[in-house]
Ligand binder design. Structure first.
Ligand code: GLU
Length: 294
C-alpha cells in the first residue's frame, strides 16, 4: 500500500491557538505512526487578512511546536490559476450562478419570513441557507445589478449539482488518535443539501475555502484529512465538489476540539489561548501536551 499523506492547512490570518496545536501535532503523530508523510499548506486566499508578518509568526509557532516543515510549502495565494480552472469546469457544467444578495438583504429576508411564524433553514454552521436572488429582488433590480459593478458571489446550484451526481455520496471516517487511528472506517452519509448554494468564489477572489481545499488536497495527493470536528459537516460539500471535479476521495478523520473556559470553540482573536502568549507566559512543551490531553 502506498504511504498515507497527511496535511495541516492553517490560514495565516491570526495567531495559532491551542486548537491548531492539537491539529498540527495529531497530524504529525498520525503520519509517523502510519509511516506517512506530513505536508503543510498555507491557506492564504484572503489577501487582506493574511499578512507576511502573521505568516512568519505562524511558522515560528510551528517551529516551536516541533512540526517538521517539508519544503516547498503549498501556498494557496500562488495557486489561483488552479482554482479558476476548477471553477470554469463547474461553470461549464452549468452549476454556478452569480448571486447578488448582500448579507443585510439575506438577514432582512429571513427576519420577514420568520415573522410569520415559519422557520427559514440554517446551514450546519448556523447561517441562513441562501434564498436565491429571485426570492428577494425584483426582476429589474436583478438585471440592474448584473449589468452594474455590484459585488457578487459565485454560488454552486446545490440542487442541480446533486441531481447531476444522481447518487448518494458518503465518506470514510477514520479515527484520529491513539488506538482509534488504526480503527476501520465508518461510512458517513454526506448531506450536502443542508448547506444550500455554497459560495465558490467572489467578484474579487476567484476561489473560496471549499473550492481551494478540495483542489489542493488532490494536488498534494492527500490521502488522510485529519482536521477539527468543526469541519465535519463541510466534508459533505467537499465530497460533492470532489465528485463533480473528478478528484480522488480521501479518507477523513475529524478530531476533538479544544474549548475555551466558556465552553466555546477557540478563536484566533482571543489572546489568552494563542500559542505566542502561552509561550511568553512560560508554557513548556510538557505543559502544552498536558493541556491538549496528549
Ligand atoms: N484553513 C482551514 C482552517 O484554518 C482548515 C482547512 C481544513 O483543514 O480543511 O480552519
Amino acid at each position: 500500500m502506498s504511504r498515507p499523506v497527511f496535511r495541516f492547512a492553517p490560514s495565516p490570518n491570526g495567531h495559532l491557538h491551542l486548537g491548531h496545536a492539537l491539529s498540527a501535532l495529531l497530524n504529525v503523530r498520525a503520519a509517523n505512526a502510519l509511516n506517512g508523510r506530513f505536508l503543510l499548506r498555507l491557506e492564504d486566499i484572503d489577501l487582506a487578512r493574511c499578512t507576511p508578518d502573521l505568516e512568519q509568526e505562524m511558522l515560528e509557532d510551528l517551529d516551536w511546536l516541533g512540526v517538521p516543515l517539508e519544503e516547498p510549502m503549498l501556498r494557496q495565494s500562488q495557486a489561483f490559476e488552479h482554482y479558476r480552472k476548477a471553477l470554469e469546469h463547474l461553470q461549464d457544467l452549468g452549476l454556478v450562478y452569480a448571486a447578488y444578495l448582500t448579507r443585510a438583504e439575506i438577514r432582512t429576508f429571513v427576519a420577514d419570513y420568520e415573522s410569520t411564524g415559519r422557520h427559514w433553514p440554517r446551514d450546519p454552521d448556523g447561517a441562513p441557507v441562501y434564498p436565491g436572488d429571485h426570492a428577494v429582488l425584483a426582476e429589474h433590480e436583478r438585471k440592474a445589478r448584473a449589468s452594474s459593478d455590484a459585488p457578487f458571489a459565485l454560488r454552486l446550484n446545490m440542487a442541480k449539482a446533486l441531481a447531476k451526481i444522481g447518487k448518494s455520496l458518503s465518506w470514510q471516517e477514520g479515527g484520529s488518535e491513539g488506538k482509534a487511528l488504526f480503527r476501520s472506517d465508518q461510512k458517513i452519509e454526506a448531506k450536502a443539501a443542508d448547506w444550500g448554494d455554497v459560495i465558490l468564489a467572489r467578484k474579487d477572489t476567484p476561489t473560496s475555502y471549499h473550492l481551494s481545499v478540495v483542489v489542493d488536497d488532490a494536488r498534494q495527493g492527500i490521502t488522510d484529512i485529519l482536521r477539527g470536528q468543526d469541519l465535519y459537516h463541510a466534508t459533505s460539500v467537499h465530497r460533492v465538489l470532489q465528485e463533480l471535479l473528478e478528484l480522488p476521495e480521501p479518507r477523513y478523520r475529524h478530531h476533538r476540539l479544544i474549548l475555551g473556559v466558556d465552553g466555546r470553540k477557540l478563536s484566533k482573536s482571543s489572546k489568552d489561548t494563542s500559542l505566542r502568549s502561552l509561550r511568553a507566559s512560560g508554557m513548556t512543551h510538557a505543559d502544552l501536551r498536558r493541556r491538549l490531553g496528549l
